[in-house]
Design a binder for this molecule. Sequence first.
Ligand SMILES: *Cc1c(COP(=O)(O)O)cnc(C)c1O
Length: 477
Amino acid sequence: MKAASKSELYRKLPSVDELIRTPELAALIAREGRRPVTEAARDVLEHLRTEIAAGSLHSLDTAIAGLPIAVEQQMREATRYSLHPVINATGVILHTNLGRAPLGQSALDLIREAASGYSNLEFDLADGKRGERDVHVDRLFRKLLNLPANASGSAPEISTIVVNNNAAAVWLALNTLAAGGEVIVSRGELVEIGGSFRIPDVMAQSNGILREVGTTNRTRISDYEKAITDKTRLLLRVHRSNFEITGFTEQPALEELVALARVRNLPLVEDLGSGALLDLHTLGIAGESGVAESLRAGVHVVTYSGDKLLGGPQAGMLTGRTDLIDRMRANSLFRALRVDKLTYSALEATLLAYVKQDHDAVPILRMMRLSKDDIAHRAHTIAKNLQAASHLTVAEIDGESVIGGGAAPSAVLPTCLLAVSAKHRTADELLATLRTADPPIIARVADGRVLLDLRTVLPEQDAAVEAALRSAANAGS
Ligand SMILES: *Cc1c(COP(=O)(O)O)cnc(C)c1O
């Protein structure tokens, strides 16, 4: 058969109108509407014209017969959600790229209830007047932080406000309490988190002036003391989150900083990063002090994330002395940083689970509490079911899950991993195939095998992991 010339090929292409009048596409339009189908038809024809122009298409016979199917596929592609679920088999519980903390059922329920209609977000039902949106969670934070009465017998007045994330919380604290003046920070705490949050940059944006003291590995309380002048507005302590300094190190105890702040009458602000509400020692995780601990020690204001160790929605909390928190609320930019009813719903439901001590209702706490045996049991079931998949080799090996999200950088939880290799495919190919599953599965490769950690896989997703591994094995045959 003689190859058709380019002009012949162009002539053979139907117009968009002709194409969408075919019975298949007329039926598709009846189901999905004219516009998405017409756009998809235009895209498909445009693509064919590009191929003809490039000389890569020599006959249209098969392409024309397949046009309705190509249009339907193109339409599905174009109207698919960009943001969709994935299965996290990395074993990193707070994976920032995978959306950090999954929300529990009660949080999802309250989001649906509060957001599908109107709510009392800023409405005081008792007196029928305008209210404050922070009241919904402030009462729960007070209950959870359960601070002891101070020396004068009355409980210290502590309040919490919520902003978009912890980066915003740090900015608001610095801008409100220190704009135009100096903030003293240890050189060992000038951290960068995730590439875009750097203490010196946030400081500059807040109009605070960074006054660095000490050295990278050693800072003494006397370094802070010597740096205090009449320009000083604030002492700032920053959690190191994603790294540790080991060896010849020194850092003043929190109590020393509290005492210095008190004597010099300066506020002490601590960026906790993760901000645990639960004593993590009970989960075998050391070195991560919680929100209550810092406040009890006398820190005036702490800032922390909603979607790290707290296990709720993306948010940033400022908890501390009510007079200082009220100044932040009065900052004219507070309104620009505030969060919506979806966030309050998720946060309130998450906090209520803590109040009820229903820790398994908070997915990340449940994941942290899973024992190695629980995980090994699930891994074994999958491995056993895959024994017949002759193109796959599945082993159960010891490994470690990590918390991630800048929390307890050195803490690991013992786990059982599925180590998978395929006969005709490299580990990287297998990994890439798992990412095309529905939902996509995110794992990692080590020593030529794909490693999957079920700690971060929701139990109801185990079957999907097994099915994806089985079909990845077949894809290689
Ligand atoms: C994670 C982290 C932040 C940023 O928090 P976001 O909620 O992601 O904005 C700031 N400071 C520290 C110490 C952190 O660990």
